[in-house]
Design a protein around this ligand. Sequence first.
Ligand code: UDP
Length: 472
Amino acid sequence: MDSVSSPVEMFFFPFVGGGHQIPMIDMARMFAAHGAKSTIISTHKHALSFRESILRDQKSGHSIFITILSLPDDADLSDTDMSATPVTDTSMLEVPLKKLLLQRKPDCIVHDMFHRWAADAIDNLELDIPRIVFNGNGCFASCVRDNISKFKPHETVNSRYEPFVVPGLADRIELTRSQLPAFQFVADGMQKSKENCYGVVVNSFYELEPAYVEQFKKQNKAWIVGPVSLCNRNISDKAERGKKAAIDEQSILNWLDSKAPNSVLFISFGSAARLAQEQILEIAYGLQASNQPFIWVIRDVFKGERTDFFSRFEEKMKESKQGLIINGWAPQLLILEHGSVGGFMTHCGWNSTLEGVSCGVPMITWPISAEQFYNEKLVTDVLKIGVRVGTLDWLSWNMEPRASVGRDAVEAAVKRLLGGGEEGVEMRNKARLMGEMAKKAVEGGGSSYNNAVALIKELRDRRRIDDIKYAA
Ligand code: UDP
């Protein structure tokens, strides 16, 4: 094979936390399904969480590989599970990454912006490898953040809770100062990643946020290629995505099969968000009062020890079959796409939001951190497929969580979405349409499909130009 006909080789260098690693693995798999040779660059420990799905892809003929960066014997990244925070320092990977790039020359490297050192490290090698950035956000959130930075509307209000309108957007979006992320350092890091980059890949799809894709593309060379979670087509991929689930897939499917269509509320706050114990109790009371069936993913909030109330609650929910509580990692995709699921109470992490959309499920929005308050606005005010539970204060991953939503608000939101009223039904219908559009976007001829193919073609054309240059 000459260099023009051999597959375009794309390196993917994901970050180590759940909400960033998971979509980038999916993205690498999706590009491989489109005919690229995808190589995921990872560490031994992190690769364990996605190795099986890559082996399955290889068996089905896709050209996808994992390259392990070797670290000094006694070194490892401190956060090795799914809940690494954005401040996790990954710079110990710099030397092995550079070594790898000097040995092999891929057609591009897609790197997560949270590897804050990677842009300089790659650019300084002067290898002329196109560097493409993945920032994990949708276009709407990026536009909101950019316009707040540019116009500073939050400086015109007198208090944390006085609403201001974000200028320069296609929709009227109101926020309060209390909801703004204090992640300037991330914004700076991202800015740096974006300087001199070849482009940006975005996990979204055009039909979801057309005005914002257009706006984003005015500032960035961007390929909108999602929802990448839709590359998970078989049960094993869905059940093991990110981490092996704490419950076997058959038990969960049996439980869901026993419920009426569109009746179950799925509650999950992503891979990293922490809730106060008192908040968990308020949710429990609210769910019980709502009488709605639910699946609730609880992470390590009780650190092994349940309060008496929660133990009784768990037991009661099990006996009455109203609720299934998952202690640990849930097979989120498998649950969301089941026909019995009628609502998703989410922290509005971008992946969860997009997964809810892809599965056609309306949402109860409970933003906590990162850019989640922006995503909430997209869901409730632009797409109109969700109801707010009413959180008001942005919380950093290193701040102590506290209870901010009472049981009555939980119950009211559940009843509004799932109680059978007109508003909930309308949201469900809209969400279903969005889900259909999402699936179309990634199928042959769809917008995201075409964008992914266009990027591969562009990289191939670049190679051809290089060949001509060297031949001359
Ligand atoms: N996830 C999962 N099971 C869990 C928790 C999370 O599969 O129990 C997945 C979820 O499907 C999503 C990702 O982890 O793909 C979380 O990303 P998101 O952007 O929603 O939130 P973050 O974890 O970054 O806050």
